[in-house]
Ligand binder design. Structure first.
Ligand code: PBG
Length: 327
């Protein structure tokens, strides 16, 4: 570029009208980019609003099916299911049950809303009485026993007809264990979306109300990542890809755009990012106070995650954003 670019160069020329801005826009958002997280509970006609996540609710299977039909009609990319069982125990046994809440929900969605992509979250924390993501031995989650639990859960979800299984526990070796378990059970075609770089984040707070999964003692820092680490995220992702992950995820999204960016430049696999509960609730709360414009903040937060390099975004705004894009 020449020494004195102005007045020859005036970047504002290409911002003068919406038609020009549209022409040179580098990033786009579309409903199929979004996956809506849903919380499924036992019962019939149950709809329990989640106070820290306005607009979201725990729902029984009938309500979940209705919401899924809405997602499908809006063209949303899919849903991800989190199960909240009636009965929790030390061994997360409901998480692996063939007729557990998630397998039953998957079957119902398959039946009632054919063609909608259904992802299942594979983790133990919603099913353990202590709220940790695996078997507790000496006050910490024991890695290798937990792998068996996760594998059984993934196979149960596969049998029910899940399109993708997504392990979110952060145990070492879980992708390999789940891949082997799925293959042995005849599901070698079922993709794994690994929550490869998942941080021990304060932004999961509202989710833990939603999923009733707050740890009853301690925290998750012995298995989820330290927010200070970026290089370690690349290592986690590399290991999951070696173990057979088909897609990878960075979570949370907004505060970790640098991680998304680096991962997208480094690996040629589909990359997802999770705009987590706290990111959603912060925008909601500010909007409810009249401090920001919710619609604009929603779309800006989502386009930023795409701009950083994520193809798919798990977001509680999936339906709202799809509607906003259509209008
Ligand atoms: C379960 C899980 C969590 C989230 C997704 N899967 C919570 C956690 O790790 O404590 C958080 C999602 C959100 O905050 O929206 N392991």
């Amino acid at each position: 570029m020449e020494a004195m670019p102005f007045p020859v160069h005036r970047p504002r020329r290409l911002r003068a009208s919406e038609s020009l801005r549209r022409l040179v826009r580098e990033t786009s958002l579309a409903p199929e980019n979004f996956i809506l997280p849903l919380f499924v509970v036992e019962g019939e006609g149950v709809r329990k609003p989640i106070s820290s996540m306005p607009g979201n609710a725990q729902m029984s299977i009938d309500g979940i099916v209705e919401k899924c039909a809405e997602c499908k009609s809006l063209g949303v990319g899919g849903v991800i299911l989190f199960g909240i069982p009636d009965h929790k125990d030390e061994e997360a046994s409901q998480g692996r049950a063939a007729d557990g809440i998630v397998p039953r929900a998957v079957r119902a969605i398959r039946q009632e809303v054919p063609g909608l992509l259904v992802v299942t979250d594979v983790c133990n924390c919603e099913y353990t009485s202590h709220g940790h993501c695996g078997k507790i031995v000496d006050g910490d989650v024991e890695n290798d026993t937990t792998l068996g639990w996760l594998t059984e859960a993934a196979v149960a979800h596969a049998r029910a007809g899940a399109d993708i299984v997504a392990p979110s526990d952060m145990m070492d070796g879980r992708v390999r264990a789940i891949r082997q378990g799925l293959d042995a059970a005849g599901y070698s075609k079922l993709p794994i979306l690994s929550y490869a770089a998942k941080y021990a984040s304060s932004f999961y707070g509202p989710f833990r109300e939603a999923a009733e999964s707050a740890p009853q003692f301690g925290d998750r820092r012995s298995y989820q990542m330290d927010p200070a680490n970026a290089r370690e995220a690349m290592r986690e992702i590399a290991l999951d890809l070696e173990e057979g992950a088909d897609m990878i995820m960075v979570k949370p999204a907004g505060p970790y755009l640098d991680i998304i960016k680096e991962a997208s430049q480094r690996w040629d696999v589909p990359l997802a990012a999770y705009q987590v509960s706290g990111e959603f609730s912060m925008i909601k709360a500010a909007a409810q106070n009249g401090w920001i414009d919710e619609n604009r903040a929603m779309l800006e937060s989502l386009i930023s995650i795409r701009r950083a390099g994520a193809g798919t975004i798990l977001t509680y705004y999936a339906c709202d954003a799809a509607r906003a894009l259509a209008s």
